[in-house]
Design a protein around this ligand. Structure first.
Ligand SMILES: Cc1cc2nc3c(=O)[nH]c(=O)nc-3n(C[C@H](O)[C@H](O)[C@H](O)COP(=O)(O)O)c2cc1C
Length: 245
């Protein structure tokens, strides 16, 4: 087995919940816990309940506090993202969008992204499909097929999750995500590849100024056909060896 498969996944989670406590934050934590039970991960959890107030005044990345610049660098270097936002006015919050407006626009190509949201009403569940998915499609990220939407009714008074159906949905979302996440041979390699982009973005990038991109970041999150074929070949060889022995 390749060592890449044994490496922990470098997961960056983002909760756009501005309050503390926050239902969105509990939801994201629950998704992280489910994933950690299934596969080795190292997680960097970005909480807008902590950084929300640091974001608003900045137009350029270099105007952001170092902590937020580091968070953006972590997003750009992640093997996979788990992102969630409360629904505000039928969409993600303004600050959630502001944060992702700073993310270098080719850094998330092919990166798997698990989408989540919490809202007051069932009626806005499609915020996952109509707001979040298009945003990450813009980045050419690989949005995962199953997202997780929670409403106020899914939580206890202390914001822990009370609903079994929400837990089941989280389990399903992780089960469907795992084959994509575990197959990614890029584990830990993206950090090195995007480093120069992050440095350039921190120096120059503003929400009113795009970096001219001649090249799109090469796809590293999805195995090339060559890699897939060589793994299949190895499996075939191992099988033949076992049969001979
Ligand atoms: C300004 C504002 C706008 C909101 N708009 C919506 C909305 O359009 N649809 C909805 O279902 N819930 C809406 N809500 C409710 C929140 O999305 C919901 O309570 C969410 O779970 C809060 O997450 P949090 O605890 O992480 O802050 C709104 C709440 C606020 C404060």
């Amino acid at each position: 087995m390749s060592t890449d498969l044994q490496k922990p996944l470098n997961i960056v989670a983002v909760s756009g919940g501005l309050n503390f406590p926050s239902k969105t934050e509990s939801l994201i934590q629950e998704i992280i816990d489910e994933l950690s039970d299934a596969t080795p991960v190292q997680v960097h959890f970005i909480k807008f309940s902590e950084i929300g107030s640091l974001l608003g005044g900045a137009i350029y990345r270099h105007q952001l506090p170092q902590r937020v610049q580091d968070d953006l660098a972590a997003v750009e270097a992640a093997d996979a993202l788990i992102v969630g936002t409360p629904v505000y006015r039928a969409s993600f919050t303004g600050l959630f969008k502001h944060f992702f407006d700073f993310v270098e626009q080719t850094a998330l190509v092919d990166v798997p992204v698990l989408l989540a949201a919490s809202g007051g009403s069932d009626r806005h569940a499609l915020v996952l499909e109509h707001q979040l998915r298009p945003l990450f499609s813009f980045f050419q990220a690989q949005t995962l097929p199953i997202g997780v939407y929670a409403t106020d009714r899914d939580f206890n008074a202390d914001y822990t999750i009370q609903s079994q159906s929400l837990r089941d949905r989280i389990t399903l979302a992780i089960a469907r995500a795992l084959p994509v996440l575990e197959w990614a041979p890029a584990k830990g390699h993206r950090a090195e590849i995007v480093k120069a982009k992050t440095e350039q973005a921190n120096a120059n990038l503003g929400i009113n100024k795009q970096i001219e991109q001649e090249e799109v970041l090469p796809s590293v999150a999805v195995p090339s056909l060559d890699a897939a074929e060589s793994r299949l070949q190895q499996k075939h060889l191992d099988k033949t060896k076992t049969q001979v022995a």
